[in-house]
Write a protein that binds this ligand. Structure first.
Ligand code: NAG
Length: 490
């Protein structure tokens, strides 16, 4: 890229503060947080637990999932504090776990194996969901209304385990393309260590992407109140189609996906800037993935993705001319009250990943006439990760089991009701509410869970009933795994 640097302002102040400040945490502490962030996924496991399960208070659950449709849908993850297996956030979680390993697996050292196990737990499930019935993708197990009414351990669950699917007749391009992205990204992770599994993941991804692309429609329209308002696809499906194609291209190097991106990019949202990244909206992250294509393969058509990635990154940097993001007085990126930390972990992951891509290219981000270096992006991400881990006005960690002070009344059925090992008798749907209402700390530590987080004034109530603050979710943790791995290795 030829560009005049005349008149460019470098963000020197931010760089200096990086060099001179002492870190709030040691690399051992980041490693501890990495270990715990992965361990959390064991608490969310559905299905038959393996002998090496480390979170011991959990047991087997939902062993007949899929049987109502005569298919095997045992396994996968519960999304958050309930016991439904929601396909869209599960696929997104899988994509982000895989991307975390792809970019920062080198920094994970002894945790790499555990991270790959966490990924495989959901990629195995997604393969089942995509191959059980040809032309169909199963996208949810569990009836959300009856599930949410109950406060029940997954091991006791007796609410309907309805099975929901998308197909040519009932399209779901959003959930299917996200599933393709997840399988494609996972295939990259297992390329060397398990080539035949990797091949199967990629082949399944191709089929699911075809389903998503050929039969267009939103799963919110096909499935209605079963997925909305829980994981309604508010942003539509174009963002997932482009994101899916980007991962298909990265995993397969197949030029057909490149032409797909080149011919569909404009209509699929590459022109608008959007400043959030979540299980619903993939636009910002797609641009970052495609910017890598511009850096590495000199695909000139992709220069616009570098520009859009810059715009996204600039929106996050306080003081940059294009700054858009809101921060709490304590410095936390603040998007919204409900489950805000999901936006903090996704944006921190993108900052670090883009910093890595810029570094490999010797480049920088352009924010108006200012230059922002990769170090600035790292500083910004580090502030956010440190805030989550305890460098904040409440002086508490938002990760369960990390540090001296952390959330104790997490909005999570399995964690708040006594373990089946301590209390083997059934605790029914209604009987569980006494544990929900209790002021006592949860009896089972959901180690590593990052909760929704504090409000816009850095206050946190540690209140089980305020799920906006106290509920953990797999998609909050998944990008954190990569981000904290980066700091554990630096
Ligand atoms: C619940 O959490 C939200 C989001 O952080 C916050 O704005 C609200 O004040 C909390 N409600 C109570 C009753 O604490």
């Amino acid at each position: 890229m030829v560009q005049s640097y005349l008149g460019a302002t470098i963000f020197i102040l931010l760089n200096l503060s990086f060099a001179s400040s002492t870190s709030a945490f040691t690399s051992q502490q980041y490693s501890d947080a990495l270990t715990k962030s992965i361990l959390f996924f064991e608490g969310q496991r559905s299905g038959k637990l393996p002998a090496n399960q480390r979170l011991k208070w959990r047991a087997d659950s939902a062993l007949h999932d899929g049987s109502s449709a005569n298919v095997d849908l045992v396994g996968g993850y519960y999304d958050a504090g309930d016991n439904v297996k929601f396909g869209l956030p599960m696929a997104f979680t899988t994509t982000m776990l895989a991307w975390s390993i792809i970019e920062f697996g080198e920094n994970m050292k002894s945790e790499l194996g555990n991270a790959k196990e966490a990924l495989r737990w959901s990629s195995d499930y997604l393969v089942k969901a995509a191959t059980a019935t040809p032309g169909t993708l199963y996208v949810q197990v569990g009836e959300p209304y009856s599930d949410h009414r109950c406060w029940e351990r997954p091991e006791d669950m007796d609410t309907p385990r309805n099975v929901y699917k998308v197909s040519a007749q009932n399209p779901g391009s959003d959930v299917a393309a996200e599933t393709a992205a997840a399988l494609a990204a996972a295939s990259i992770v297992f390329q060397d260590s398990d080539p035949s599994y990797s091949h199967k993941l990629l082949q399944t991804a191709r089929n699911v992407f075809d389903l998503a692309d050929k039969y267009r429609g939103s799963y919110s329209d096909s499935l209605g109140s079963v997925v909305c308002p829980f994981y309604c696809s508010y942003s539509g499906y174009n963002d997932e189609l482009l994101w899916g194609a980007a991962w298909m291209h990265r995993a397969s190097r197949d030029v057909s996906y490149l032409s797909y991106i080149q011919s569909n990019g404009h209509v699929m949202g590459s022109d608008d800037d959007d400043f959030s990244f979540s299980w619903d909206d993939k636009r910002a992250a797609t641009k970052v993935v495609l910017a890598k294509g511009f850096f590495e393969n000199k695909i000139n058509d992709f220069q616009l993705y570098k520009q859009h990635s810059d715009n996204y990154i600039c929106s996050l940097i306080p003081g940059s001319p294009n700054s858009q993001a809101r921060y709490t007085p304590g410095g936390l990126f603040y998007k919204q009250g409900e489950s805000n930390l999901q936006y903090v972990t996704t944006s921190s992951f993108l900052l670090l990943t883009y910093a890595k891509y810029l570094d490999s290219n010797g480049g920088h981000a352009s924010c108006g006439s200012s230059m922002v270096t990769s170090e600035t992006l790292v500083v910004q991400a580090k502030k956010q990760i440190d805030y989550i881990l305890g460098d904040n006005p409440m002086k508490m960690s938002y990760m369960v089991g990390f540090g001296d002070k952390y959330p104790t009344r997490v909005h999570h059925r399995g964690s708040s009701v006594p373990s089946v090992h301590d209390h083997p008798g059934r605790i029914s749907c209604d009987a569980g509410h006494q544990y929900f209402d209790s002021r006592s700390p949860n009896p089972n530590l959901l180690v590593g869970a990052i909760v929704g987080g504090p409000d816009g004034n850095d206050n946190y109530g540690d209140d089980r009933s305020n799920y906006s603050q106290s509920e953990p979710a797999t998609y909050i943790n998944a990008p954190f795994v990569g981000a904290v791995a980066f700091f554990s290795g630096h």
